[in-house]
Design a protein around this ligand. Structure first.
Ligand SMILES: CC(C)(COP(=O)(O)OP(=O)(O)OC[C@H]1O[C@@H](n2cnc3c(N)ncnc32)[C@H](O)[C@@H]1OP(=O)(O)O)[C@@H](O)C(=O)NCCC(=O)NCCS
Length: 222
């Protein structure tokens, strides 16, 4: 009898869990269809617990409140949150500054909570941060991702990031990282390149007799 009661209650429990999961799925599908995700720039310290709680759940690296404050106090315009109704469902935390001889944007943390993944929320968060970086004069954006993080690598790959380095045992969990970079177009360099291309074409179209000294059968070392 007691066993039957336990079975009945556990099956009821299971049924409730299934219904709850179905509700969540339906809810998130509706969210995607309605496009009801609201994106907001970081407003202040009162949002820090929201950011910390979703990042701490999802990223392997532990961060202290000082790390979060370092980013959000110095670069509040480079921190965004995604909300569904009043719930924070995703966030991005970044910085920018001089790095060697380039002015560089850096993505420190990016998370979207599980039920809301695959709906373009991370893409939107990254795009917003990148836009501010570009408008602020950054020449490139960098970040590190675990070599095993297929989702993040695909996401950044789609956005034009390239892998520039593999960092051995970069994370505390012993996993290697890829350093990824997005290079912004440089109009100053583009115009220089176009100029030198024009010169090159003019040089080629000049008749040999004009005295470039170059003959097609001339031997070169390279
Ligand atoms: C990585 C993460 C932020 C992606 O968030 P998301 O909102 O689901 O991403 P998007 O919906 O914007 O995905 C955009 C693209 O990225 C790729 N992508 C995202 N997640 C993927 C996965 N799990 N597997 C393969 N590709 C994936 C897809 O190409 C996708 O485009 P598509 O849906 O048109 O195929 C999320 O999975 C997450 O929070 N993971 C845990 C924390 C983390 O790894 N952060 C990154 C640290 S560098």
């Amino acid at each position: 009898m007691a066993k039957e009661g336990t079975l009945a209650s556990s099956s009821l429990h299971l049924q409730q869990e299934v219904t709850a999961a179905e509700d969540t799925n339906t809810k998130t599908r509706e969210v995607a269809a309605a496009g009801s995700i609201r994106y907001a720039c970081y407003e202040g310290e009162h949002q820090l617990p929201l950011i910390m709680s979703i990042i701490d759940q999802e990223l392997s690296e532990p961060y202290s409140i000082f790390t979060y404050r370092y980013f959000t106090k110095n670069w509040p315009r480079l921190c965004f949150l995604a909300f569904h109704e009043d719930n924070c469902v995703g966030t991005i935390v970044c910085k920018m500054g001089q790095h060697r001889n380039t002015f560089r944007g850096y993505i420190a943390m990016l998370v979207v909570i599980k039920p809301y993944r695959g709906k373009g929320i991370a893409t939107e968060l990254v795009t917003r941060a990148i836009q501010v970086m570009q408008e602020s004069g950054c020449e490139e954006v960098a970040l590190e991702a675990e070599v095993t993080n297929k989702g993040a690598l695909a996401l950044y790959g789609n956005l034009g990031f390239i892998r520039v380095k593999r960092l051995f045992r970069y994370y505390l969990n012993g996993v290697d990282a890829f350093r990824l970079k997005l290079l912004f177009p440089r109009p100053d360099l583009d115009s220089l390149l176009m100029l030198s291309e024009e010169n090159y074409n003019m040089e080629l179209s000049r008749p040999i007799s004009e005295g470039s000294g170059y003959h097609w059968d001339q031997q070169t070392n390279c």
